[in-house]
Design a protein around this ligand. Structure first.
Ligand SMILES: Nc1ncnc2c1ncn2[C@@H]1O[C@H](COP(=O)(O)OP(=O)(O)OP(=O)(O)O)[C@@H](O)[C@H]1O
Length: 243
């Protein structure tokens, strides 16, 4: 049976208001975001859907404080990130945000366990690397090197690394973009399980419209704006996604 939709009445973890982002390269300006307002709530799984170039990655980078908006505000709980120092933003990312990217960025000379331990060693109250890997179904692959793992398994190590610090936000940019449908579903299952068990507010960027059905809420981005939002009353399980 499909899990129940999360309530939007849960507390907002992150609130972005009227965010714009202009990239300037020489005399050329690209307005990547034109006034985007979004909220991410505790326990929620949100899918950001939009065509190539619509501004999804730009938005995710700003939500995760990897980049700053040209105008507008971003607030994490009671903290204003817009005017925070670089040091405060680094601390925010380190303590509260897990990132998952399309290419897994694992250290090839380290095992799965060691890749996760890189993060747990600098976190305040992390889970053990073994627990993080168990949560993504890789408890039996602790001592394998990335080259000994499939693409989907490597991405699950990247997810374990992202969640081991128990972040309040998990931001994923095309996490299944390099994967076939079977391994892509396994990655979505890992993200779904973490979201449901740990209550981590999770945002997933994708072009894959099939994936939108696992979300509690879908935010459609078009030409640097939120074109519309939809709430899924009955999200489906990742195993039911048709690619
Ligand atoms: N560093 C940059 N410098 C200049 N322009 C940029 C930069 N990054 C992105 N852009 C431009 O901003 C716009 C939005 O890009 P963004 O990567 O956010 O889109 P996207 O929706 O994530 O696309 P994709 O699905 O292809 O990854 C595009 O027109 C892109 O060319």
């Amino acid at each position: 049976m499909a899990p129940p939709a999360r309530s939007l009445s849960s507390a907002p973890v992150l609130v972005a208001k009227d965010v714009t982002r202009i990239y300037r390269t020489g005399s050329v300006e690209v307005q990547a975001l034109r006034g985007v307002s979004v909220e991410l709530h505790e326990g929620e799984m949100v899918v950001l859907l939009g065509a190539s170039g619509s501004g999804k990655s730009t938005l995710l980078n700003i939500l995760g404080a990897l980049d700053r908006p040209s105008s507008g505000t971003v607030q994490f709980r009671e903290h204003d990130l817009t005017h925070a120092s670089e040091r405060a933003l680094t601390q925010f990312r380190r303590e509260h945000v897990g990132f998952v990217f399309q290419f897994y960025n694992l250290m090839p000379a380290l095992t799965a366990r060691e890749n996760v331990a890189l993060v747990t060693e600098i976190s305040r109250a992390p889970m053990r690397p073994e627990e993080a890997l168990e949560r993504v179904g890789l408890g039996h692959r602790l001592d394998h090197f990335p080259a000994e793992l499939s693409g989907g398994e490597q991405q699950r190590v990247a997810i374990a690394r992202a969640i081991a610090k128990r972040p309040e936000l998990l931001l994923c940019d095309e996490p299944t973009g390099a994967l076939d449908s079977t391994t892509g579903v396994q990655v979505l299952e890992a993200l779904h399980q973490v979201n449901r068990e740990l209550g981590t507010a999770t945002a997933i960027i994708t072009h894959n419209v099939g994936i939108r059905r696992i979300a509690d809420r879908v935010i459609h981005i078009s030409d640097g704006l939120v074109a519309r939002e939809e709430v899924n009353e009955a999200p489906i399980l990742p195993a039911e996604v048709t690619w």
